[in-house]
Design a protein around this ligand. Structure first.
Ligand SMILES: *[C@@H]1O[C@H](CO)[C@@H](O)[C@H](O)[C@H]1NC(C)=O
Ligand SMILES: *[C@@H]1O[C@H](CO)[C@@H](O)[C@H](O)[C@H]1NC(C)=O
Ligand SMILES: *[C@@H]1O[C@H](CO)[C@@H](O)[C@H](O)[C@H]1NC(C)=O
Ligand SMILES: *[C@@H]1O[C@H](CO)[C@@H](O)[C@H](O)[C@H]1NC(C)=O
Ligand SMILES: [Zn+2]
Length: 491
């Protein structure tokens, strides 16, 4: 009898183990585009049902999507403090431009094969609405090509554009137009930008990376010349002054401001446009390009690079450049017809720790605290990076004397470079349907929410809701005795 009980128990435990561990990660559906498209539309429907009491029927004529690459929430807080301290204030009470936005939420950044994401799979998520494998751009984990929101916007008659401080062929901007299994295929990505849909229809293309279009090519192509031939009235510009001299009309603008990534703002030549200059130019040219509005992607791409080098000073300065771009976008657009969404693709490991006194220099050290060996530590630290501030004996030493805006920031673990982090990133939104960008979202939901607000793509849109309500209002007008019930959105 006892043996039977024991045997039963063993079988029971074995079954439990099967149930609990096996099935969980075995999700072949995630390799398909349709899985993520359906999942996002379901989440949109749930969100619409939850927010039914809010009556925002405004349609977004324009979408400005701002991405801070590697802009973790700690980076947001530290940059805010630096902004205030540069103005001679204590800093903590200072405000970033996104703090004027009405709604904020969190975005879950994991990819199909990774807990912590890279900028390629995340670009596919926030551009095409589909999660994919690390390194893949514009295709699902099984290799199906997926369409970016820029294409949906063009089909709706909108003007489209991309702006970045990195190479135009780098992973984040490539998500707006390219389809490659590996992000390193930048020579292919360059051709896809200027020769294929939707890239060849972009009215505005501003960033760095000239080499990938001409000098670095082994196929002898000069893609810039090709662009010139295809856009005889357009402006090809190489500097801030040339960008500003380009007349706003119905021509296109291609601006490439460096052979590689654009220089960090802290190290930039005078005639390199700032992200806010490019934002202003993009919004002006795109507003003039189509009466139906526009979609523009604007990336502060080098926040991530500052973090990889574990130079927090660079990352924070680039974040303040991003902040100036958000401020410019908000100032140049009308909240009634323009949806602005600002977010990040993934986090970084920067921490802001200890109990520093109010107004302590954010790039400095915390004088009120010591580790167990009595050694002070900096306020900002990375989990992984190339500098640990150790003395000759390998013991941690006071980093204070080495801390400057352009110097390395200490790390706990020594690694070749700083690494991405896996926690959620923030999403900030204002304008038509901005309330949908609150709570916690899968990252691939973002383009579905934007499309809902601007009536793009094949999914549910606010225009369908408007039509339904108009129909039922008309029915009531015809027969006021029959009480008409509004159909709930998303039903
Ligand atoms: C917030 O909006 C106000 C009013 O439009 C503006 O004056 C202010 O500069 C904005 N704040 C930031 C930080 O952009
Ligand atoms: C804009 O298009 C119109 C009509 O095609 C043309 O006459 C005009 O020259 C164009 N303007 C610019 C700046 O390209
Ligand atoms: C409802 O009535 C208005 C005014 O008569 C009309 O312009 C509109 O097209 C109608 N809407 C629908 C969906 O039938
Ligand atoms: C609506 O109801 C009122 C009162 O019952 C009636 O007098 C009127 O004729 C009705 N109108 C229509 C359009 O049915
Ligand atoms: Zn990175």
């Amino acid at each position: 009898m006892r043996n039977y009980i024991l045997l039963g128990l063993i079988i029971h435990l074995w079954l439990l183990r099967l149930l609990c561990s096996a099935a969980e990660f075995d999700t072949p559906d995630e390799r398909t585009a349709s899985y993520w498209m359906k999942q996002a539309q379901q989440q949109l429907a749930e969100r619409l049902a939850r927010t039914r009491h809010l009556t925002d029927n405004r349609v977004a004529k324009n979408i400005v999507f701002l991405l801070g690459d590697g802009l973790s929430i700690t980076t947001v807080t530290a940059a805010r403090i630096l902004k205030g301290q540069r103005m001679g204030h204590s800093g903590e009470e200072s405000r970033l431009a996104v703090e004027n936005f009405t709604y904020a939420g969190l975005s879950k950044t994991y990819c199909t094969d990774s807990q912590t994401a890279d900028s390629a799979c995340t670009a596919t998520a926030y551009m095409s609405g589909v999660k994919t494998n690390m390194g893949a751009i514009g295709q699902s984990a099984s290799g199906e090509h997926v369409e970016p929101i820029t294409l949906w916007a063009q089909r709706a008659g909108k003007a489209t554009g991309i702006v970045t401080t990195t190479r135009l062929t780098h992973a984040s901007p490539a998500g707006a137009y390219a389809h490659v299994p590996r992000r390193s295929q930048e020579l292919d990505i360059a051709r896809q930008l200027l020769e294929q849909e939707p890239g060849r229809q972009f009215h505005v293309i501003l960033g760095g990376g000239l080499g990938k279009f001409a000098s670095e090519r082994s196929d002898g192509r000069n893609l810039i010349q090709q662009w010139h031939d295809a856009h005889p009235g357009g402006c090809f510009v190489r500097s801030l002054s040339e960008l500003q001299a380009c007349r706003v009309g119905n021509g296109s603008v291609l601006g490439v401001f460096n052979d590689n990534h654009m220089a960090y703002h802290l190290a930039a030549p005078k005639d390199q446009p700032r992200l806010c200059d490019m934002t202003k130019a993009a919004i002006e040219h795109l507003s003039a390009a189509s009466p139906n509005g526009y979609y523009v992607f604007i990336e502060g791409g080098r926040i991530d690079h500052g973090h990889h080098e574990t130079r927090a000073g660079y990352a924070l300065d680039e974040t303040l450049e991003f902040d100036a771009a958000v401020e410019t976008a908000a100032r140049l657009t009308d909240e009634q017809d323009t949806l602005i969404v600002a977010t990040s693709d993934h986090s970084h490991t920067l921490s802001l720790a200890g109990y520093a006194k109010r107004g302590t220099s954010i790039l400095g050290q915390d004088d009120s605290n010591r580790d167990t060996n009595g050694v002070p530590y900096s306020i900002l630290n990375y989990a992984v990076g190339k500098w640990q501030s150790l003395n000759k004996a390998g013991k941690r030493e006071n980093p204070g004397p080495h801390l400057r805006e352009t110097s390395f920031t200490p790390s706990y673990i020594r690694g070749k470079t700083g690494v991405h982090a896996g926690e959620d990133v923030a999403v900030f939104a204002q304008g038509p349907q901005a309330h949908l960008f609150s709570g916690i979202m899968e990252q691939n939901l973002l383009p579905h929410l934007m499309s809902y607000a601007a009536c793009l793509g094949d999914g549910t849109t606010v225009c369908q809701k408007q039509r339904r309500e108009q129909l039922s209002l008309n029915a009531t007008a015809e027969n006021p005795n029959k009480t008409s019930k509004l159909v709930p959105a998303g039903a």
